[in-house]
Design a protein around this ligand. Structure first.
Ligand SMILES: [Zn+2]
Length: 429
């Protein structure tokens, strides 16, 4: 299946200048960009005149099924929100519920221009099934640390983790990659984290973890490990493998070199950090130090959506206000965080840019709207003016999964009705 997107405005990558031209996709790969030979045989031709074509967005930290808890527990402290409301409601979710709620998250992500996400949640097998069926790309983390049913504290379920890895790593024509989830240093303990980190290393996998998100996490870490969460993670072997570290809000000067040395990709989640009152991650500082900062939505219980355009907009604004420096985080850097950096961190170096040889994960944004007129600077327009609903067409791995805002392979109405039923059951106190 070959697709030709004709005569459009192309944003090849966050730090590259826009170009006018066409994009030819052969199978799942971008074959030509800019000039396309006249004899390129396309099965589908899209007139790109009113569009901006850019790499699909990469949501580098989310909990995709959590849309079911949207607006359930707002305006609470972090501990009241997590331990008082969210964890008790999550305990009621069945494996099938997680599958259906994940479909909702995927529909929402595709409709807001996300083509790849890094996920952390319960029942990861059902999430993998939803990813495989819907055509999206994902890095799925499997959490091997669990409570021993015989009451012997925490154990690491190595066997199940190996089974999940064998079955899903590289599955769905390479659209799925797997890693090891260690939720955080505060939920587990030294022996279980050391063992899980060793397992990731042995299996050649990365780790997905929450790190340095809140003041209460810092206090708990000091009590448990006598150091900060970043220092604990480093000492327990987490940084020996590529690590997706969600949040990294509370960083000291001496922790930045640890992130740099350890191939750690901090995932900035501005909505979640603002909503839970956790503060401002030092994003500009980290980027200037050469750290691979990416962008995530976190789950819809702390956001309350999975809309990366909103995260780009917030990221581009809040640090300027907080530092009183309007030059600290330009739109191009924000775009790079939301595309290339996220793709790299999620283990998909073959996406995140539009260039010949890269996999065809791209979005077409309809710029023929009053709030986008005129387009004086395409990059600034994408970060500061475009809304998620302006995404018209989404292609993942060479396949069109949304066109004219219609999802091609998902029944939105059915999914929403089913998630409504689940919410009626699990969200009751
Ligand atoms: Zn999270």
């Amino acid at each position: 299946m070959n697709t030709l997107i004709k005569n459009t405005t192309i944003l090849p990558a966050g730090l590259e200048a826009p170009v006018k031209g066409s994009i030819a996709v052969e199978g799942n790969v971008i074959k030509y960009l800019g000039q396309v030979p006249v004899d390129f045989a396309a099965d589908t031709v899209i007139d790109g005149g009113k569009f901006i074509a850019m790499p699909g967005l990469v949501n580098a930290h989310t909990h995709s099924p959590m849309g079911v808890f949207r607006n359930l527990a707002d305006d609470l402290s972090f501990d009241d929100w997590l331990f008082g409301k969210i964890i008790p409601a999550e305990a009621k979710l069945t494996e099938k519920d997680v599958y259906t709620c994940c479909q909702l998250g995927i529909a929402e992500m595709i409709k807001s221009g996300t083509t790849c996400f890094a996920d952390m949640y319960l029942h990861m097998e059902s999430i993998a099934r939803a990813v495989s069926e819907t055509g999206i790309r994902a890095n799925l983390s499997f959490g091997p640390i669990t409570s021993d049913v015989r009451g012997n504290g925490l154990i690491v379920d190595t066997e199940r983790c190996i089974h999940f890895t064998k079955f899903w790593n590289g599955a769905a024509e390479g659209r799925i990659k797997t890693c090891v989830e260690i939720h955080s240093v505060y939920l587990f303990d030294q022996p279980s984290i050391t063992e899980a980190a060793g397992l990731a290393k042995d299996l050649g996998l990365g780790i997905h973890i929450h790190l340095s998100e809140s003041n209460s996490e810092l206090a708990r870490s000091a009590e448990m490990y006598g150091c900060s969460p970043i220092q604990a993670a480093e000492r327990l072997g987490v940084f020996a493998v590529p690590t997706l570290a969600a949040h990294c809000v509370k960083l000291s000067e001496r922790e930045i070199p640890l992130l740099k040395a350890g191939k750690v990709s901090p995932v900035h989640c501005p909505s979640s950090n603002l909503k839970l009152g956790n503060g401002f991650a030092p994003v500009a500082r980290l980027l200037n130090e050469g750290v691979n900062v990416c962008l995530g939505t976190d789950g819809s219980a702390s956001n309350n959506n999975v809309n990366l355009f909103e995260e780009m907009h917030l990221a581009a604004l809040i640090h300027k206000g907080n530092s009183q420096n309007p030059q600290c985080l330009p739109a191009s850097r924000v775009l790079q965080m939301a595309t290339e950096n996220g793709a790299k961190a999620a283990g998909f170096g073959e996406v995140g840019r539009l260039a010949p040889g890269y996999k065809a994960d791209l979005i077409l944004i309809d710029m023929d709207k009053p709030h986008l007129c005129p387009v004086n600077d395409p990059k600034s327009a994408v970060v500061y003016s475009v809304q998620a609903a302006d995404v018209d067409t989404v292609m993942i791995d060479g396949k069109i999964v949304m066109q004219g805002r219609q999802l091609t392979g998902m029944d939105e109405a059915r999914i929403m009705a089913e998630v409504g039923e689940i919410a009626r059951r699990v969200c009751k106190p």
